[in-house]
Design a protein. Structure first.
Length: 262
């Protein structure tokens, strides 16, 4: 699919531009010739069957694939015009701009406070007053402050699964990223916790550009502004979510969305 076909008219500035992206793990082609524009302050959902390349694509946006031996990446990824894979780009600095929340909540075995303060401390923040302000702001943004304010010194492992995932979101927000990547952030949660995460995503897009991988097509329809359908490492279709779910341009997309395939 050409870059033009993959880039419908967007009603927001382009935050991330991907062109001709191909990713190989050894001899396995995980993504092939993907071109896609991700708009600023919108939620873009990546859908498709298991193994179609969604998570690989997501990890390309903050160079998490660098950590997988044998990975070869071709093509171009830019954020606000900065080429992510240029030799001079520091992956650690990039990941401060492009935060990530994983499928399984992974709080550190530390206090709630220390979990959120961890990133700012790594980046040199030492003033306890500033750290406290960052912790409170991040917990408020992740809708966890009311539940955690009186137990910041308690272990994060004492939180429920949904609370732990919101803590991980707070931890990602604490370093003030511009983009938030979410790899199936609610797949391990119950319906009530899932609803809180989805509501939070809608609130966060005011300040952040969000890209979410989800196997749940109803979730993609609820939370996203744009949706990209992947199959066998290729981008099949990309467009406004309502359009893609109601009048998809490609038969393959319709077959997947209606459950005839995948």
């Amino acid at each position: 699919m050409s870059a033009t076909a993959a880039a419908p008219q967007l009603e927001a500035p382009i935050k991330i531009a991907v062109r001709d992206l191909t990713v190989r793990y050894g001899s396995t082609v995980a993504l092939e010739d993907v071109s896609l524009d991700i708009p600023e302050h919108r939620v873009t959902a990546l859908i498709g069957p298991s193994g179609c390349g969604k998570s690989t694509f997501l990890r390309c946006l903050n160079r998490m694939n660098d950590q997988i031996p044998g990975t070869r990446i071709e093509g171009r990824v830019t954020i606000d015009g900065m080429a992510v894979y240029d030799p001079g780009v520091d992956p650690v600095a990039l990941r401060r701009r492009v935060g990530m929340v994983f499928q399984k909540s992974n709080p550190f075995p530390k206090s709630i406070y220390d979990n959120v303060a961890f990133g700012p401390r790594v980046h040199g923040v030492r003033d306890p007053v500033v750290l406290r302000e960052i912790v409170e702001r991040s917990l408020r943004q992740s809708a966890l402050w009311e539940e955690a304010a009186d137990r910041l010194d308690r272990s994060a492992l004492d939180l429920s699964g949904g609370q732990q995932q919101r803590l991980c979101i707070a931890r990602a927000l604490a370093v003030e990223p511009e983009v938030l990547l979410m790899d199936e952030p609610a797949s391990a949660l119950d319906p009530i916790a899932t609803a809180k995460i989805e509501e939070l995503i809608q609130e966060l897009k005011v300040d952040y550009t969000i890209v979410i991988v989800t196997h749940n097509m109803q979730q993609a329809a609820r939370v996203s502004d744009f949706t990209a359908y992947f199959y066998l490492g290729r981008l099949i279709e990309f467009g406004p979510t309502e359009q893609l779910f109601t009048t998809p341009a490609r038969q393959e997309t319709e077959d997947y969305i209606t459950g005839r395939f995948g």
